[in-house]
Write a protein that binds this ligand. Structure first.
Ligand SMILES: *[C@@H]1O[C@H](CO)[C@@H](O)[C@H](O)[C@H]1NC(C)=O
Length: 282
């Protein structure tokens, strides 16, 4: 009987979606960088470094179909021009889905850029970029993604900065609904384009460039039990989350203050008018 109950509880918990609260040893694999990625502090801290010969990166062991994903980052300090640190979700294959946070470094004293993008079925090109209201190299700040059947929301320190709504039924804009994704992070060299359009190159005399990650938390449906997860009340917090009036106001303010690029208003790229989702998205 006790055994039965135990099994039942385990099944219910699993269906509700695993909540992994920050042990990098258990949650991720360092997948490239030949020793440049390091797990420290009993699994609480992960550092990724970049030098002239390589960057480094890690990925979650688990795959998710919908979820809420939090990561705290402390970005490369000082002269980080040409470097990019990332925290993103992606599925596999040519028609892949992807939800991106990328942090574009800059020359000493110049502001970082938060670059966001959403790919569905292999098509991206939905960039929005933001300034940060703080120095992201001095302390850890929390960057989060909520992905559910209604929308994808990007958060900085708990405040929404971008919403990409599911307009598949209404406008025929593909939305990620079926391909499980892993969480990825990396630090790499993108001096050809990252900083001031590629004009400011990486100063390799400042290498290694190190970004720090902690506080990783993933509350998601695992691929195999997505349907059960969607039905489960335990998943409700993020699975059925929508932006209420207060959150929409926060979003509007963040965009008014901090947005520096929006593909939706790029007349050069879209002379015939913006893509269809732009009318509905924030
Ligand atoms: C770097 O700083 C310059 C000058 O302040 C700014 O124009 C640019 O947007 C910043 N970010 C990047 C990634 O180039």
């Amino acid at each position: 009987m006790t055994k039965m109950l135990g099994l039942l509880v385990a099944v219910v918990l699993h269906a509700g979606g695993a909540i992994a609260a920050g042990n990098f040893y258990q949650d991720v694999d360092i997948t490239w960088g030949d020793g440049r990625g390091k797990v420290l502090e009993n699994g609480q801290l992960l550092t990724l470094s970049l030098d002239r010969s390589s960057g480094s990166g890690f990925q979650s062991k688990a795959q998710y179909l919908y979820g809420r994903f939090d990561m705290q980052l402390k970005l490369v300090p000082g002269d980080s021009a040409g470097t990019v640190a990332t925290f993103y979700l992606s599925s596999q294959g040519s028609a892949h889905d992807e939800i991106d946070f990328e942090f574009l470094g800059n020359a000493s004293g110049e502001p970082y850029t938060v670059h966001t993008n959403v790919y569905s079925r292999g098509a991206g090109g939905r960039e929005q970029q933001f300034r940060m209201p703080f120095d992201p190299t001095r302390a850890f700040h929390t960057y989060s993604v909520v992905w559910n059947p209604a929308h994808i929301v990007f958060y900085v320190d708990g405040a929404p900065i971008r919403e990409f709504r599911n307009q598949q039924a209404a406008l025929g804009v593909p939305f990620p609904t079926s391909q499980p994704m892993r969480v990825y992070a990396s630090v790499w060299d993108a001096e050809e384009w990252a900083t001031q359009g590629g004009r400011v190159k990486t100063d390799w005399s400042k290498a290694p460039f190190v970004a720090q990650y902690r506080g990783y938390a993933a509350a998601g449906c695992t691929a195999a039990d997505a349907a059960a997860c969607a039905r489960s009340n335990a998943a409700a917090a993020w699975m059925f989350q929508e932006l209420d009036a207060a959150a929409q106001e926060q979003l509007r303010r963040a965009q008014a203050r901090y947005m520096i690029y929006n593909y939706c208003t790029d007349k050069y790229r879209f002379p015939q008018g913006p893509p269809p989702e732009c009318a509905a998205d924030k």
